[in-house]
Design a binder for this molecule. Structure first.
Ligand SMILES: C[S@@+](CC[C@H](N)C(=O)[O-])C[C@H]1O[C@@H](n2cnc3c(N)ncnc32)[C@H](O)[C@@H]1O
Length: 303
């Protein structure tokens, strides 16, 4: 690193340590050139692609980081991200601000019906025949956990003698704040509004203003920090019967989407299924999967 680069980095570090708290966001302009550089950095790290129309969104988030780091200019921030963020902590802070975390339990009900009424019984039956009692599901991009807990509720409802099975639902997200919510497993009204009435008390306990997932359902889910755009981590993911990656890849571009979907292929067992959001399709980016109809629903299966 040359001396002027070190100077900016050192200045940012010392400012952070002595930073007084600031309540007012100063106006900090972002040029289109700075926007492009930030967008590239985010894309390289997370695979998320920001359209030109997202300038204002990104600018507002970066302003918050400038205030937190006591930096005056967007250039300083970009420099800090590129050369001084050795442990990735700042990129993590930024990731937590720019990800879209919208989710709720039993989202896209028709798809869940295809899973519970068709795909799950098929996989369980095949496993029973070969005396395999291990079932693994990956909720990739799980946000605050409503999706993996929905899957846990379904498994507990559908699988007879569930105690005979070794079950793991890996709930992963790149947003570290969301993973804390997964671990807490405590949800507000909006998250639970679509939980079918007959499941409610069996899996959720009302704690006044919120709902706690019951321990026997919670136990099936394991939270894990994972960046879908990190090839090394992705290569280590293996042995899943189902992958749910819903409403995540819409924020990626075709190249980063393809890379994720190719890794999912290696992560799935033969015959395993992948469930994407209803507006997402992998037909255009990968021919490896077979498009299959299960009930009223079209989904992808690894041959
Ligand atoms: C809209 S939520 C989807 C939640 C849930 N799957 C659903 O459909 O309700 C998208 C999630 O994807 C996560 N995400 C975005 N980019 C990611 C990446 N590179 N690696 C892992 N997760 C990512 C976000 O943090 C966010 O929580």
């Amino acid at each position: 690193m040359n001396s002027s680069l070190t100077a900016i980095a050192t200045s940012a570090n010392s400012k952070m340590k002595n930073a007084p708290s600031m309540n007012v966001l100063p106006e900090r302009e972002m040029t289109s050139e700075q926007y492009s550089r930030l967008r590239d950095l985010i894309y390289q790290k997370l695979g998320l692609f920001f359209e030109d129309s997202k300038v204002y969104f990104l600018k507002r988030r970066v302003e918050r980081r400038l205030v937190a780091l006591q930096l005056d200019r967007v250039d300083e921030y970009i420099f800090y991200l590129r050369f001084s963020d050795e442990n990735g902590r700042e990129m993590q802070e930024l990731a937590n601000l720019i990800t879209t975390n919208e989710t709720y339990m039993f989202r896209e009900y028709e798809q869940l019906e295809a899973f519970s009424n068709h795909c799950l019984p098929e996989i369980l039956e095949a496993k029973r025949k070969r005396s395999d009692r291990c079932l693994r599901i990956w909720s990739a991009g799980c946000s605050s956990g409503e999706e993996p807990y929905t899957l846990a509720i379904i498994l507990r409802e559908v699988i007879a003698n569930i105690a005979d099975w070794e079950i793991e639902i890996v709930a992963s997200d790149v947003d570290s704040n969301m993973l804390r919510s997964v671990e807490a497993a405590n949800y507000g009204d909006r998250s639970v509004k679509d939980v079918p009435e007959q499941y409610f008390d069996r899996h959720l306990v009302c704690n006044g203003a919120s709902y706690q997932v019951r321990p026997e359902t919670k136990r099936l889910v394991r939270a894990c920090h994972l960046n879908l755009h990190d090839r090394l981590t992705m290569r280590a993911m293996r042995g899943f019967d189902f992958i749910f990656c819903r409403n995540v890849l819409i924020y990626f571009d075709d190249a980063s989407r393809k890379s994720v979907v190719d890794h999912f292929y290696s992560a799935l067992n033969a015959g395993g299924y992948i469930f994407l959001g209803h507006s997402e399709s992998i037909g255009r980016i990968s021919s490896a999967y077979t498009l299959v109809r299960r009930g009223n629903y079209l989904t992808y299966q690894k041959p």
